[in-house]
Design a protein. Structure first.
Length: 128
């Protein structure tokens, strides 16, 4: 079986999905405020957040699967455990995995969603 050379996506794709994830997170948390201000906007904002999350998590799923397939296809765990020499292709696969993790903005996304969730809870408690 011929292995496809793994590669990271361009920076603009990473940033685009990061923004999509944040917009979706804001939309969900804004529902708490919107229901007090103008309830007719709750459903459109909910759909915006849900569709955004559908696309965002499908993207994150594909990245996760790609990383796992790379580890499996190149048998990287087995080779590292056996202290086997890595081929040039193996090293490129490891570099892809490390660059993919380094370029990822998921940690920032998770932290911002955490902060937005705390703010949404506080705002809801104040408005209720």
């Amino acid at each position: 079986m011929k292995q496809r050379k793994p590669h990271t996506v361009p920076r603009y794709v990473i940033i685009g999905f990061f923004i999509l994830g944040l917009v979706s997170a804001v939309a969900y948390r804004a529902i708490v405020v919107i229901q007090h201000i103008d309830p007719q906007w709750v459903r459109p904002v909910w759909y915006m957040g849900t569709v955004g999350y559908l696309l965002f998590f499908l993207y994150r799923y594909s990245i996760s699967r790609k990383r796992k397939h790379t580890i499996r296809d190149y048998q990287l765990i087995e080779k590292v455990k056996a202290n086997a020499c890595l081929t040039d292709n193996d090293r490129e696969a490891v570099v892809y995995l490390l660059q993919s993790l380094k370029k990822s903005m998921e940690d920032r996304n998770y932290f911002i969603i955490f902060i937005l969730s705390i703010i949404a809870i506080i705002v809801d408690l104040i408005l209720s």
